[in-house]
Design a protein around this ligand. Structure first.
Ligand SMILES: NC(=O)c1ccc[n+]([C@@H]2O[C@H](COP(=O)([O-])OP(=O)(O)OC[C@H]3O[C@@H](n4cnc5c(N)ncnc54)[C@H](O)[C@@H]3O)[C@@H](O)[C@H]2O)c1
Length: 253
């Protein structure tokens, strides 16, 4: 239970789903976790569940000033920042012909701009205290196309290549900061249940999600959190700029 012992982590989107799973896993393995989310109620609940020294910080990832505040509050309270998990995200559905420009921009503001702001803010802190690990939640939709998710695919493709650029910049600068992206397929979280619940035939829609992967099930939050734990820990100290898929074999087809 000490794979990230003593490390200080900020996890965005940690009020729900994958981010919450990462918060629980990293806390169990010895990290101090700052739960960062725009959902104050959900975030406070996770912080209360984990107990001190873990804490909640209100953060809208599209807000540049809020990022500065959260990173500063973390460094002031705990002396350093070792891990950033950029899990906050939204899924705006629609094919290229039906999306409005406002929907496109909103999708990118959260998933792409939010991840950029997070990487930049974290680098500023990590480079002063000897390094760290940044983990960006992309998606299989950042690797392959989905016709009904034009903006989502674009935003996650941006996260994939932003990750590589950050990794190369940090390596060249000698910061000892690693940056990697994680690419899940359908994971059983509120993001997926929202689509299932909105479908006319919920059982059929859920079954279609389950059938999408050769392993014939939805992924669990732990499937992703365990990969994030590896990337957050020193076990992955020679891993940077890469994309790790956790998709039950979906992209092997
Ligand atoms: N669930 C999946 O099937 C799946 C698959 C691939 C990738 N992902 C990615 O994993 C990440 C987490 O997804 P999830 O399934 O846990 O979703 P979720 O909806 O359960 O949780 C998302 C969290 O992000 C927070 N959030 C949204 N916008 C925010 C903002 N502007 N600022 C701060 N917080 C914000 C929400 O409040 C919520 O707590 C996302 O980036 C998502 O795109 C999810």
């Amino acid at each position: 239970m000490t794979r990230v012992a003593g490390k200080i982590a900020i996890i965005t989107g940690a009020a729900s789903g994958i981010g919450r799973g990462c918060a629980r896993t990293l806390a169990r393995e010895g990290a101090t976790v700052v739960i960062a989310d725009r959902d104050a109620e959900g975030g406070a609940k996770v912080a209360a569940e984990l107990g001190a020294p873990h804490r909640f910080e209100l953060l809208d990832v599209t807000d540049e000033a809020a990022w500065a505040r959260v990173v500063e509050a973390t460094v002031t309270a705990f002396g350093r920042l070792d891990i950033l998990v950029n899990s906050a995200g939204i899924a705006v559905w629609g094919d290229v012909e039906s999306l409005t420009l406002a929907q496109w921009r909103h999708q990118h503001a959260v998933n792409s701009d939010g991840t950029f702001l997070g990487c930049r803010a974290a680098l500023g802190a990590m480079k002063k205290t000897g390094g760290g690990s940044i983990i960006n939640l992309s998606s299989v939709a950042g690797l392959i196309g989905v016709p009904d998710a034009a903006a989502y695919c674009s935003s996650k493709g941006a996260v994939r290549l932003l990750t590589k650029s950050v990794a190369l910049h940090a390596a060249r600068a000698g910061y000892n900061v690693r940056c990697n992206s994680v690419h899940p397929s359908f994971i059983d979280t509120p993001m997926v249940s929202a689509v299932v619940n909105a479908a006319p035939d919920q059982a059929k829609t859920r079954a279609a999600f389950e059938r999408a992967a050769p392993l014939r099930r939805l992924g669990e939050v732990d499937d992703v959190a365990n990969l994030v734990l590896y990337l957050a820990s020193d076990e992955s100290k020679f891993v940077t700029g890469t994309e790790l898929v956790v998709d039950g074999g979906l992209t092997a087809m």
